[in-house]
Design a binder for this molecule. Structure first.
Ligand code: S3P
Length: 174
């Protein structure tokens, strides 16, 4: 089985993915890290030198490669991965893939992202909390239609990682 963790930037996909992989004894891959190794440069640098369309093209290519591996894998996606091309359908149409949407509220995302803007090219230019709040609000509105197609949605606000990982395992076993 492949479990993909999807959700907005800073929704906890990588942190929870690592913990979940240890708990289930699965491999763990973070798609952004995988892209950085394969392309031998950072995601920010890819956006800067080659642009977002190039990034989305290779993001889709590497997603498909990893999904075809069919191994026991926890795969944390980028915040935009399910929202481009037919990526969400690729996930939904593979019978051995289960997608989990890690849902976080806008204030939670703003609080986490305001100190982490530098490594995230889409929000690096936003200066104030108000600008960040407005951007995330619109962006989440556009993306929620993709995220909510996941087989499972978990609310993550005010929960520690152990609680969330246990909830995921509980839901998967049902
Ligand atoms: C993006 C999210 C980032 C990374 C890229 C684009 C997005 O991943 O893929 O900067 O479109 O939301 P994280 O969600 O891991 O920050």
């Amino acid at each position: 089985m492949i479990i993909t963790l999807i959700g907005y930037m800073a929704s906890g996909k990588s942190t929870l993915g690592k913990e979940l992989a240890v708990k289930l004894d699965y491999d763990f891959i973070d798609l952004d890290d995988y892209i950085e190794v394969k392309e031998n440069t950072s995601v920010s640098n890819i956006f800067k030198t080659k642009g977002e369309i190039y990034f989305r093209t290779i993001e889709t290519k590497y997603l498909k490669t990893l999904i075809e591996s069919k191994s026991n894998l926890i795969l944390s996606l980028g915040g935009g991965t399910p929202c481009y091309g037919n990526n969400m359908n690729v996930l939904l149409n593979a019978p051995y893939v289960k997608s989990i949407y890690l849902k976080a509220s806008i204030p939670t995302l703003v609080a986490r992202l305001k100190n982490e803007k530098r490594k995230r090219p889409l929000i690096a230019h936003l200066e104030t909390d108000e600008q960040l709040t407005e951007f995330i609000g619109k962006h989440l509105f556009e993306r929620t239609q993709f995220y909510t197609q996941a087989q499972l949605t978990l609310l993550t606000d005010n929960k520690d990682s152990t609680t969330i990982v246990n909830e995921i395992v509980g839901q998967l076993i049902q």
